[in-house]
Design a protein around this ligand. Structure first.
Ligand SMILES: [Zn+2]
Length: 376
């Protein structure tokens, strides 16, 4: 299949260009839906059954069923990807799609429209080789991964529970294309302080300084960091106060939390809930928590071994990586469904003006996905 795909490198790049030029910011339903119609048309042309999972505020998700074995199918494989990007509408003007020195640049090219193009060509290669997968394949293309998958999580988990394996087309790690066999759990915790306003010069003793309280709390929670154990606590945004001559009544901070182990995730949440005010008269409120549980290596080990040997047969070394970011693969791994992530494009600069993919890896990744679909 790699021999069939190699000469299609330019066609794959053209499809990626078409996808990258259809901007699809997570918060822009009309734009994501426009892109979704483009993706749906590609799948319908290949004889797949496309269902739109309609959403009111977010873009519609696409559930694509490709079942060349029909009634003889003996199980299900779920392939996950997202159509939304982090780039606001109009980014293309500053960051146009372009090809240079074997790389293709553009908003979402790497994260993860490259992965969407790879899936289509993997199916083409399987058809050309006459190697229909024995299992039914569900491709679930969602619209809100970059903003926490609030409207897609239920559909992802529903399909994962029916599946024997989940393959996630998120970007690979590093320019050597490592797949992701571990991801941290990720969440956001908001701390809100209410103090008491007073004149900073006339009666400061009547005030309770909310900013001071939140500063003390931040100093306290930042000691919970254990980088080597994979625990991360980062106060990311902060606001509070009104004027310099007022003892501030309100302050809030949003904290990013990450952990490698589910036990650490729960312990961290408990520690936040147990926080008490430090200054007398201050009130402290805690909201939020982990939104994606950690993805442990256990869920990926067997699939990774299969993928590595298939890649080896094609003459491609396939390494693995444990990464700090989370994806929808965290949800499926937490259900105990074998999950392999980072099977998408090879490149660098996700979520940055330099986002790009390695063009010569496009056929390799499509061949790897195709052979996995045929082997599982
Ligand atoms: Zn992504």
């Amino acid at each position: 299949m790699l021999d069939w795909l190699r000469p299609r490198e330019a066609a794959m790049t053209r499809l990626l260009e078409k996808f990258a030029r259809a901007e699809s910011p997570s918060f822009d339903k009309a734009a994501v839906d426009r892109f979704g119609r483009m993706v749906a048309a590609e799948w319908r042309r290949r004889g797949a059954k496309v269902e739109r999972l309609k959403q009111r505020e977010r873009g519609d998700h696409l559930r694509v069923e490709w079942n060349p074995s029909g009634n003889r199918a003996t199980g299900q494989i779920l392939v996950l990807g997202h159509m939304d990007t982090v780039y606001a509408a109009g980014t293309l003007a500053r960051m146009p799609f372009r090809v240079s020195r074997g790389r293709a640049y553009g908003p979402g090219a790497f994260d993860m429209k490259g992965g969407l193009a790879i899936a289509l060509f993997a199916v083409d290669a399987l058809v050309a080789a006459g190697r229909a997968p024995e299992k039914r394949v569900i491709f679930l293309w969602t619209s809100d991964e970059e903003i926490g998958s609030g409207t897609s999580r239920a559909a992802i988990e529903r399909e994962a529970r029916r599946s024997d394996a989940v393959l996630v087309l998120e970007p690979a790690a590093g320019l050597d294309g490592r797949v992701k066999t571990g991801r941290k759990g990720v969440g956001e915790i908001e701390m809100m302080v209410t103090g008491r306003a007073a004149h900073a010069g006339l009666n400061p003793e009547d005030g309770v300084n909310a900013i001071e309280e939140i500063a003390l709390q931040i100093a306290h929670i930042s000691r919970w960091n254990r980088p080597r154990r994979g625990i991360m606590v980062n106060a990311g945004t902060i606001e509070g106060g009104t004027r310099t001559n007022v003892i501030p009544e309100k302050a809030r901070v949003a904290v990013d939390v990450r952990a490698d182990r589910a036990a650490d995730m729960h312990a961290l949440e408990r520690k936040f809930r147990a926080l008490r005010p430090i200054l007398r008269g201050a009130k402290l409120q805690i909201r939020g928590g982990f939104s994606r549980p950690p993805m442990g290596r256990k869920a990926s080990a067997a699939l990774y071994a299969t993928a590595r040997s298939l890649a080896h047969e094609m003459g491609i070394p396939l390494g693995e990586a444990h990464v700090g970011g989370a994806s929808d693969g965290n949800f499926t791994a937490a259900l105990g469904v074998p999950t392999l992530d980072g099977l998408g494009a090879v490149g660098e600069g996700a979520h940055s003006p330099n986002e790009n993919i390695l063009i010569r890896a496009l056929p390799e990744r499509a061949a790897l996905l195709a052979s996995l679909l045929a082997a599982l």
